[in-house]
Structure formats: structure tokens, C-alpha cells
Design a protein around this ligand. Sequence first.
Ligand code: G3P
Ligand code: CA
Length: 319
Amino acid sequence: MNTKTRPIVIAHRGASGYLPEHTLASKALAHGMGADFLEQDVVLSKDGVPVVLHDIYLDCTTDVADCYPGRHRDDGRYYAIEFNLEELRSLSVHERTDPDTGTAVYPDRFPAEYGLFTIPTLLEEIHMIAGLDRSSGRRTGLYIELKAPNWHRAQGADLSAAILKVLRDTGYDKHPERIFLQCFDNKTLRELHRELAHPLPLIQLIAENSWGEDSEVDYDYLRTAAGLTEIATYANGIGPFLPHIYRGKTPGGSADLSELVSKAHALGLVVHPYTFRRDELPEGISSFEDLLDIFIQQAGVDGLFTDFPDLLTGYLRDW
Ligand code: G3P
Ligand code: CA
């Protein structure tokens, strides 16, 4: 019997270890696996519709290059915002491939060649989750990431406004217990903190500066005591990268953990690290269960983003 609060299971892009990410099928499977929250990465179409897609690009997860040859920008990439909803709906979604080699990023996952799936809008996904909640008698939350809001603004599009409209239209804006909003951009989170009529829990995602997620944010600073104190003025928690907490094994063979979780907890921030993958274990970890032991029993995180929600719900079954 564990006396700590049970961490939440966040299905990262759905049950994306089993079905292509951000498809309705992947979300339905995650719902059936008992995930507490289903993640939505959201970008806008050319006609301003919020769609559930991880990248601002279409090339790694759809057949856009075959369907719309020549519709790429000068950098060779196909941007979702260059396509209206009807065009986005015509694409087939497949398992993620490497843009340089065209091969599957996770070779043992769902075969990339089956064109069975399409891009859902945020509204469609919310309807499906609400429908499954009703038919299963369960309550499953949304965990929405606003993807590249500054980049959208530079394209003349307001991502936050479009997402908030969907939440208002579906009544989710009044249910803070059923939703998290997450973003790598702290300016957008500060705006949401100021402007939301009904406060919703906000999560500051923390990247590595080298990824170029947002050139105006210093993620190394955000992990310091001063940075976390600032986060606590506008957000309810942090979403750090897994190695920000687990730094490898000590010479004695135990887990070398940073102080990030305890520092965040001391400020009242919840900690939801990403991404727990059975087929991409950190160095020095021999099994998914060992990884969960370290983050849940030793580090004491409050929730985990995972591509394999069934393994995490199974791990937590006797909590
Ligand atoms: O949102 C948490 C985690 O999903 C952040 O990374 O790149 O998978 O969106 P990413
Ligand atoms: Ca995400």
C-alpha cells in the first residue's frame, strides 16, 4: 500500500507506442487502457482550425509530399498552416518517419505503410473523448499543448484564441479538473494566466536550449531556484525532459537524481516529466519498470507522459 498520491497517467500523443500518434484510434486505445489524461499537441490549419498534430510540419507523419507535390516552402518542408482543413483531412497519417531517411523512427511500432488514419481537429477529438467518457462511465482529461504560439503569431495566426474558443464551445473551460494547458513558451503561459476567465492548470514545459524550441526562453534558467520561483507566479507545474531529473547511474549503481522535483514541490509546482518509452530507455536503465521505479518511487513525480499508458496503469494498479 502506497501512502503517496498516485501519479497521473498522461497518454503521450495517445497510445502512440501502439498506433500512429495523434490519431483518434490511438486516443481511443489510450482511453481504453485507462489513461487519466490524453495529450493533444495543437497547431492551426490555413483556415484557422485547431488540429491535433505534433509538428508544425506535415512531412514526418503524413503522405503530404505524394498528395501535394510542390506545396512545400523554400526550406523543403510542408507546413500544416499552408493547407486548409479540407486538404489536411485528405492526408493519410502514418507512424513517424525520419525526414532525412524516410525510415520509421521506432521500427518495432505500427507499420508506416498502412494509410489507415487521418488528422483530427481538436473539436473532433474532444467529442470522441467526451463520448467515450459517457459510454465507459469514466472521466478522462485533456492535456493540450499549444505548439509554437510565437511562430503562429508570426504567420498571422492566434493559436491561443483558437484553442480557447474550442474549450469555451465545449464547456471544458469551466472544468479545471478535466484539463491541463502546456506550452514551451512562457510568454503565452503568462498571458493565459492573466486572461483566462476561468483559471485552468498551466504547465511550463522545459526543453534543452539546444533544441531551439523558443529562442526567447532560457530553459537552463527555468530549472534554477529563481526560474522555478518565477514559474510559480503563473503556472501550476512543470513538464521537464526526463534527463532533467534522472542524470544516469552513480558509480555505486544507484540513480543520480537532480533536485528539480523537490525544488518544484517546495514551490507548490507539480512535476510531469516526458517521455517514458519502453523502446527508448535512458542509458543505464534495463527495463521500463526500473525506469518507473526511479521516477515514481525515488523522484516522486506527480504524473508521467508515456507512449505506453497500459504499462503505466498496470504498474500503478495496486497503488
Ligand atoms: O508535451 C510534453 C511532451 O510531449 C513535450 O514534448 O515534443 O513530445 O511535444 P513533445
Ligand atoms: Ca507535447
